[in-house]
Design a protein around this ligand. Sequence first.
Ligand SMILES: Nc1ncnc2c1ncn2[C@@H]1O[C@H](COP(=O)(O)OP(=O)(O)OP(=O)(O)O)[C@@H](O)[C@H]1O
Ligand SMILES: [Mg+2]
Length: 354
Amino acid sequence: MLRPHGQHPDPAPIAGLIGTSGAMLDVYATTRKVAASNASVLLLGETGTGKELVARAIHELSPRGTGPFVRVNCGALSESLLESELFGHVRGAFTGAVSNRAGRFEAAHTGTIFLDEINSTTPKLQVKLLRVLQEREFERVGDTETISVDTRVIAASNRDLLDEVAKETFREDLYYRLNVVPIVLPPLRSRRDDIPLLVGHFLAHYNLENDRGVATIHKDAAEAMVRYHWPGNVRELQNVVERCVVMAPGDELTADLLPPAVRGDRASVPLPGRGGDLDSLARDLVEQGMTTSGPDDDNLFDRIVSRVERELISQMLAACGGVQLKAAARLGINRNTLRKKLLEHGLEGGDDAA
Ligand SMILES: Nc1ncnc2c1ncn2[C@@H]1O[C@H](COP(=O)(O)OP(=O)(O)OP(=O)(O)O)[C@@H](O)[C@H]1O
Ligand SMILES: [Mg+2]
């Protein structure tokens, strides 16, 4: 049965994946469901949308989670190298094959193999992959002995594979074999309401990693980040936040720290409140109990700032085992200020004895 966004029986977040937008809740629900099975999964989405994170989550949440997780980047190797990497080879199979070598499918026995950039495989390899998917067996390069494996296959592509099928660069039969359960990772610009959460999350992460205390974000910076179209998706946002934390002279993430492209998008993205993407962000904030006086930009961006701060503080507190004194020190604020902010954000419960 199809349910509207947010009404999944199990919309619980998945470790490491940030986002509460409807599209991400769909991803979590499918990820959990498919993890329990042995079905092949095809992960589709632009670069930086989290395909590898989801592949690992499926493996870890599956009964195979204690087995190996083996990733192969099909785009990084030539046809012959990839063939021998995946299936192994015997001594003398080709120049340089000085000994027998097991391939990655064998290495992934009882676990999961993640075939990244599957669209880069050649027709010859696609035939061999089809057979593994159908029969779970193959031969090492140069060998006649058939090897059987118990390996779950997850594949990913940042190209539309149906386009590739239409162009006849990807076999249709393999496409349908892989596409038993497709999971489409949404581009970040189609879930702008998750941007403040991600910014807060990465701020906490890079503050800890670099021993910095960039504890606030200026409204202009928040506005620019929510408006920007993020062609590199979460990876790009993550890198931008890291750079800001490292470069910030003080304790505030200001707009001048952002790359020109991020700052410059102001005119190219529709303003909120009149049918732009930020409408959903505004609605989202209202649904979360934050009051609004209507489609007022200033108000909206104040709330975005507040949402970044809330996420930053809650992540920092969690990273400090709930010890307020530590979290305050990490954030470069005093404990009373932290207490006040916890109350403000409805984040009580970070109690401590220190
Ligand atoms: N929803 C998310 N929450 C937190 N971090 C995320 C999320 N999505 C992606 N990331 C982070 O963004 C970076 C890129 O993610 P990932 O490698 O999974 O992307 P990808 O879809 O495999 O990209 P590519 O097609 O370029 O390989 C990683 O550092 C990952 O941790
Ligand atoms: Mg990837």
